[in-house]
Write a protein that binds this ligand. Structure first.
Ligand code: CP
Ligand code: NVA
Length: 324
């Protein structure tokens, strides 16, 4: 697998990034290849202006560090402007319909990145608006994070096909998007979650079937060590996601002491396994400090790649993707 050989095709076939289910393997690879190229251009301080005069609206109904900063900085580096719109301030948060918001913003900006609760709100923005919609995290999915994760896996492993990723923890938005994204590129995924917190069976079934078509497999079990056995990539995420704060104590009971990436998980994984976490992390809960701050952890490369992967997403969806 050499992403440097991949040429983005224009116009890009997809208008939105709502979920990676909609993107083909080829489209994901084109996007990752452009991310790798933009990263190299930035390191060489080469000009990357391809969205001059364009504006991205960034709607946030939940907190963010990485997503907000990477989209804002990324837009600036591509010559665009990013507008931070908290739902605490805009009329959407006071009940203005999504359909009206979509049509108004479509008259003024060139793309919308939104972080919110319901996936159906993104679908409504895409339906009523006439500009690209980018999913910056919903309760169901986090596709931008997975593009950065895949870029990091490529940088560290040089390939996708034949690798195994183990996800230990809540069957949440990250678990869904990892199963979907990896199933497109021939990466095996093994998820270990407690009963009652397994990934949504609809997305699991989708990923299992999709993986079969790409020569890999997606499995869900209850035993973290079974999932981590022979893994190339160990992944976890918080036990309680944004919006689940009231369930934190109950979730600590369900996950505590078992659903954690720790030295035991590393001992059954491949010796050169890498550790990924979308962040923010809770040391001592879903991951030990020893692992997240240890030699297998590549979490800050992963976080940096949010910038490069999302610049590729913006360049492909909001521009002609030609970053020279
Ligand atoms: N991983 C991630 O999306 O981080 P933020 O919540 O800080 O944006
Ligand atoms: N599952 C987490 C991911 C944060 C980036 C959440 O939704 O809060």
């Amino acid at each position: 697998m050499n992403l440097m050989n991949y040429q983005a095709k224009f116009p890009f076939a997809q208008r939105h990034l709502l979920t990676l289910q909609d993107w083909s393997e080829d489209e994901i690879l084109q996007c990752l290849a452009l991310g790798v190229k933009l990263k190299a251009m930035q390191k060489d301080r080469r000009r990357q202006i391809c969205l001059e005069g364009k504006t991205l609206a960034m709607i946030f109904a939940k907190s963010s560090t990485r997503t907000r900063v990477s989209f804002e900085v990324g837009a600036t580096q591509l010559g665009a402007t990013a507008l931070f719109l908290s739902t605490a301030d805009i009329q959407l948060g006071r009940g203005e319909p999504i359909s009206d918001t979509a049509q108004v913003l479509s008259r003024m900006v060139d793309g919308i990145m939104i972080r919110t609760f319901k996936q159906s709100d993104l679908e409504a923005l895409a339906k009523y608006g006439s500009i690209p919609i980018i999913n910056g995290l919903t309760d169901e999915f986090h596709p931008c994070q997975v593009l950065a994760d895949l870029m990091t896996i490529y940088e560290k492993k040089g390939t996708f096909r034949g690798l195994k990723l183990a996800f230990v923890g809540d069957g949440n938005n990250m678990a869904h998007s990892l199963m979907i994204g990896c199933s497109k590129l021939g990466i095996d995924v093994a998820v270990a979650s407690p009963d009652g917190y397994k990934p949504n069976p609809t997305y699991t079934a989708w990923a299992v079937a999709n993986a079969a078509g790409h020569g890999s497999k997606v499995t869900v079990c209850s035993d973290p060590l079974e999932a981590c056995a022979g893994a190339d990539v160990l992944y976890t995420d918080v036990w309680a996601s944004m919006g689940q704060e009231d369930e934190a104590a109950k979730r600590r009971e369900a996950f505590g002491g078992v659903y954690q990436i720790n030295a035991a998980c590393l001992s059954v994984a491949k010796p050169d396994a890498i550790f990924l976490h979308c962040l923010p992390a809770h040391r001592g809960e879903e991951v030990t400090a020893e692992v997240i701050d240890g030699p297998h952890s590549v979490i800050f490369d992963e976080a940096e790649n949010r910038l490069h992967a999302q610049k590729a997403v913006m360049a492909l969806l909001m521009g002609d993707g030609k970053a020279e």
